[in-house]
Design a protein around this ligand. Structure first.
Ligand code: ZN
Ligand code: ZN
Length: 372
């Protein structure tokens, strides 16, 4: 017996004057929230047991009366024991209380909604910046044109299923920790459709739907991020027997760029200056989302310097403006020198003094500012 001793009304969040309807409603609400298949809370299982126990007591006038007058002690002296159960039997308990669709899983629906379809598309970073249209190939179930979705050969008719009388559902008794309940299930003979088809449509083998390859054009908005999904309502599989179609979800992947790294709405890249370009100043081409841009570098440009190109980053998705493009300066030092070059550099070094290399800000400070 796992009685925690907490007040049952408190557990269900109710006043002591709560009506039967309010008790049932509170239980239903909490059970949905705390069901261990649904909740990520670590103590959901324990709280769930508590809620079930509170409901068990308060939903019956006999035990509720005992509890109202004498509290937990009254229940114990009255021989009340909470029902032991394991979570495997919960599906039965729930369908007994609430029907099969308590967690949104409807069975035996005659006009079932079509399933969702997932697709994936890969685009370039430049395309993510500008926005792009893409034809996405998908295999999707469409309503059969020959039978218009009812699965019966044109000119023929279906007969009503005798097992379920056409309702598509049958009831049977389920035994659970709470006792016996009438449980409703999809009729196995007609698979929940309520009818028997002797002459299925030849166009779709009676399914009412046919699989087709389609290339659906999707519009990818500027600024989309890698891993985001675009939902196209009603473009998924057709529903059964005229049910609503599912949705299409397109996962957008952005191919890694050769030169640009994206972070949020900003992009980063590096530019390589030679030692002499950095010392003497130079104009160097830099790749941006808008193509190549010539940048002027001052004489004495240091490695680790950052050039910020305002508004040259990615557009803000469904917003205004663009992020920035930050260019980090790298200075290439010669690895292999001829005799002549070595002599010239030696000569240079002889003439260089402290003043030649004087700097206001250290390299390390510049490097740090790159990551601010
Ligand atoms: Zn058909
Ligand atoms: Zn049936």
């Amino acid at each position: 017996m796992a009685t925690t001793g907490r007040d049952y009304y408190e557990v269900l969040g109710l006043e002591r004057s709560a009506s039967e309807v309010e008790i049932k409603r509170a239980f239903r609400q909490l059970a949905r929230e705390l069901h261990p298949d649904v909740s990520a809370e670590p103590d959901a299982g324990e709280r769930f047991r508590e809620v079930v126990e509170a409901y068990e007591v308060l939903s019956k006038s006999e035990t509720r009366g005992l509890y109202d007058r004498f509290g937990h002690a009254g229940l114990r002296s009255g021989g009340f024991r909470p029902t032991p159960f394991d979570f495997g039997s919960l599906a039965d308990i729930f369908s007994a209380f609430f029907g099969d669709d308590v967690f949104g899983v409807a069975t035996g629906a005659r006009r079932a909604r079509g399933a969702d379809v997932a697709a994936e598309v890969e685009i370039e970073l430049e395309e993510a910046a500008s926005g792009v249209k893409r034809a996405v190939p998908i295999q999707v179930a469409l309503v059969c044109e020959e039978c218009r979705g009812d699965g019966i050969e044109p000119g023929e008719t279906a007969t009503t299923c005798e097992d379920c009388g056409g309702s598509g559902r049958i009831q049977h008794v389920a035994r659970t920790g709470f006792g016996e309940f009438i449980r409703t299930q999809a009729c196995p003979r007609c698979a929940g459709t309520g009818r028997i088809v002797d002459h299925p449509c030849r166009g779709c083998d009676g399914a009412g739907r046919v699989l087709e390859e389609r290339a659906l054009e999707i519009v990818i908005p500027p600024g989309i991020h890698d891993g985001q999904r675009i939902r196209l309502s009603g473009e998924g599989h057709a529903g059964a027997l005229g049910g609503q179609a599912g949705d299409l979800y397109v996962l957008v992947r952005i191919r890694p760029h050769e030169r640009l790294v994206r972070e949020g709405d900003d992009v980063y890249s590096t530019v390589d200056l030679t030692m002499t370009q950095a010392a003497l100043g130079a104009q160097v081409g830099v790749s941006t989302l808008d193509g190549k841009v010539e940048l002027d570098f001052e004489p004495g440009t240091q490695p680790g310097e950052i050039r910020v190109l305002r508004g040259r980053g990615m557009p803000v998705l469904q917003g205004f403006g663009r992020g920035d493009h930050r260019v980090l300066v790298n200075v290439a030092v010669p690895r292999k020198l001829t005799e002549e070059q070595r002599r010239l550099l030696d000569e240079f070094e002889q003439t260089a003094g402290e003043e030649t290399y004087r700097t206001d800000e250290g390299f390390f400070e510049k490097l740090k500012s790159a990551f601010r």
